[in-house]
Design a protein around this ligand. Sequence first.
Ligand SMILES: Nc1nc2c(c(=O)[nH]1)N(C=O)[C@@H](CNc1ccc(C(=O)N[C@@H](CCC(=O)O)C(=O)O)cc1)CN2
Ligand SMILES: Nc1ncnc2c1ncn2[C@@H]1O[C@H](COP(=O)(O)OP(=O)(O)OP(=O)(O)O)[C@@H](O)[C@H]1O
Length: 202
Amino acid sequence: MIDSQSLRRQLRALRRGLSLATRQQAALAVARHLEFWPLAGAVRIAGYWACDGELDPRPVLERAWTEGRQVFLPVLVGEPPRSLRFAPYQAGAPLRRNRFDIPEPEVASMECLQAEDLDLVLVPLVAFDSTGTRLGMGGGFYDRSFAFPRGANEMGRRPYLLGLGYEFQAVAELIRQPWDVPLDAVVTERALYQFSNAEGQA
Ligand SMILES: Nc1nc2c(c(=O)[nH]1)N(C=O)[C@@H](CNc1ccc(C(=O)N[C@@H](CCC(=O)O)C(=O)O)cc1)CN2
Ligand SMILES: Nc1ncnc2c1ncn2[C@@H]1O[C@H](COP(=O)(O)OP(=O)(O)OP(=O)(O)O)[C@@H](O)[C@H]1O
């Protein structure tokens, strides 16, 4: 089996090599696959600012705004940063670049949510497999931030983790590390995949 670092490097290079037109079409196709999906009834939705060729969640976030849902973007917290908080975000709001050069909302930390306060999280990914195991950029940020026990927030629920990516990021099998937090579903330009990690499923 290919090691995670080589897989990361290969898939990130493929992702960065996509043309703008291909990325835009894929982003719209992903939003279309979610058209009849009720966004899990979510009020508070985290997206991300696409970089490094990532599947752009903006068409999904635009729908969320239209439906009156609240949208958040991840901000790095800690020195050095170890986990994520989620800052309220509206189109056109001021952003500043973090240490990875990814734009974050310029919002006081008091206004930011903790991971467990979200309903739905659109999760960036480098690769995913048929059981919802995710390979990310390698910082462990999503794993650390969503490591709380299932059903841990005050509503007795946990956020629904929906990975967004391209079909070529689907791989046969990733090794699931003890700290890996599995995804509930992944949507690509081709399909919506739901895994048995989702609540209410076997
Ligand atoms: N759009 C987006 N935002 C995100 C993430 C993400 O994957 N995508 N993250 C998901 O966790 C967090 C940031 N995690 C990251 C982890 C590593 C690298 C990265 O590019 N590392 C470089 C070297 C880093 C350095 O300069 O020290 C590299 O691997 O080449 C970037 C982001 C929070 N925000
Ligand atoms: N819950 C956790 N507790 C302690 N360490 C963790 C936890 N989650 C991840 N880590 C550490 O983070 C490192 C990176 O993890 P991993 O390679 O799975 O990141 P990733 O999921 O690809 O990255 P990201 O979430 O930033 O996109 C691991 O080596 C691990 O030591």
